[in-house]
Design a protein around this ligand. Structure first.
Ligand code: LLP
Length: 417
């Protein structure tokens, strides 16, 4: 089996960095998320170092994994942050990151969120419509500040990914059309409380082929030139996130450093400050979801492995039919089986793997659901009144709980009988 990231077998048992995962399961219980500090840092630095020499800021997309420990780690490494809500701004500031390294994306920012971000002094907004530009201008006027803004444009390039996470075509809700961008820019430039600084785009997520991202960059560069020719200054170019990771053992993961070098070459002579917003490609491979086998059962011709993690903990298979490799914590000589791996939630859609060849795991055995550092815990819910799992950070030969397992008391907090 090809292993990825910081997870390796030693003498038949699975480790994260220098920590045996079974020790974490014993100490923190299951289900439980585990992240590798070294892996997160390595991927962030791959981007950052490949862009050395080009003025840039890597704004980690907080939505991918917003744990305080993860944000503090990245803030310490010099990352900026891409946020899409007031809640994410709060998390980033709470983790000790400076507001001046925050960009605010998203198609539906509320007046309260805009005011909060302006009062904290964020780097810039990626504005998605003329109405939003006018609202930011009005709030900035009231606060007596100038709001730095980039215009989010939809470069209309096809990108192969799951339809739910493709964002860069004309029919999607994100950004303004390329053809209309110069005119919108001209009107926005006349708004007195805006400092219109640049252009932004984000064409989709989980792109295993970086080519569409480079094609989008070319469209954006051309647009920047058009706007400059009209007499305006365009200082920043934000190309969003989107670089994918290998979820299947047989897939190859695109290399963030190689991708960043390609972007650097494209922008080498452009006099632009580059912003990237990678999320998944920094944290996905750094995490696993640990789970314990509860039961084995057979119905008709189907074999089921019933585990204690479920769709409420990791919704990606149910929502996007996404594939996550499943690794046994202890390798065994038993022949592999073909089975569905399912959770306790009362829905047929509650599965983590379907018709999967995997280790012949018996009740009590531990499994790691791979590539679960991104869009996993952040999308967990309490469905079926299941407390959300704890999150653990591994640092070399040590590990610590960076979010406690929720309790039954947490489940009813704020409710009134
Ligand atoms: N910037 C913007 C404006 C975004 O909308 C996104 C992701 C990113 C950056 C980060 O993209 P990344 O580098 O992570 O691909 N829940 C889905 C993914 C949703 C992505 C949404 N936007 C999943 O589990 O696959």
């Amino acid at each position: 089996m090809t292993m990825q990231g910081p997870f390796r077998y030693r003498n038949g048992t699975l480790y994260c960095e220098q920590v045996e995962l079974a020790a974490i399961a014993a100490g923190a219980g299951t289900p439980c998320y585990v992240y590798s500090r070294a892996s997160i840092l390595e991927r962030f630095r791959a981007y950052d170092e490949a862009l050395a020499g080009l003025p840039h800021m890597i704004c980690y997309a907080v939505k991918a994994n917003s744990n305080q420990a993860v944000l503090a780690l990245l803030a310490g490494a010099g990352a900026g942050f891409d946020i899409v809500s007031g809640g994410e701004l709060y998390r980033v500031l709470r983790a000790g990151a400076p507001a001046c390294r925050v960009v605010f994306s998203g198609v539906g920012k509320t007046a309260e969120e805009i005011e909060y971000a302006l009062a904290e002094g964020i780097h810039s907004f990626n504005a998605e419509s003329e109405e939003e530009l006018r609202l930011i201008d009005a709030i900035a006027a009231r606060l007596g500040v100038r709001a730095r803004v980039a215009l989010r444009v939809n470069p209309d390039v096809p990108a192969e990914t799951h339809p739910y996470v493709a964002t860069g075509r004309r029919e999607h809700k994100f950004g303004v059309e390329v053809a209309r961008a110069p005119e919108i820019w001209r009107r926005a430039a006349a708004l007195p409380n805006l400092a219109l600084e640049g252009l932004s785009c984000h064409i989709g997520s989980q792109l295993l082929d970086p080519q569409p991202l480079l094609a989008a960059a070319a469209v954006m560069l051309e647009l920047a030139r058009t706007i400059r020719r009209a007499g305006f200054s365009v200082r920043t170019l934000d190309l969003g996130g989107g670089l994918g990771v290998a979820y299947r053992a047989e897939e190859a993961s695109p290399d963030p450093a190689a991708f960043a070098r390609a972007i650097r070459e494209q922008l080498a002579r452009e006099d632009l400050f580059l912003i990237l917003e990678p999320g998944r490609s920094i944290v996905a491979q750094a995490g696993v979801l640990l789970t314990r086998v509860l039961y084995r059962k057979r119905t008709g011709s189907k074999e089921f492995v019933v585990v204690d993690a479920a769709m409420n903990d990791l919704i990606r298979p149910a929502l996007y039919q996404s594939h996550h490799e499943i690794w046994p914590l202890r390798q065994s000589a038993r022949p592999e089986i073909i089975a569905d791996v399912v959770g306790p939630v009362c829905e047929t859609g509650d599965y983590l793997a379907r018709d999967r060849r995997l280790a012949n795991a018996l009740p009590g055995d531990l499994l790691a659901i791979a590539t679960a550092g991104a869009y996993a815990f952040v999308a967990a819910s309490n469905y079926n009144s299941r407390p959300r799992p704890p999150e653990v950070l591994v640092e070399g030969d040590r590990w610590r709980i960076v979010r406690a397992r929720e309790t039954y008391e947490d489940l009813v907090r704020g409710e009134a009988p």
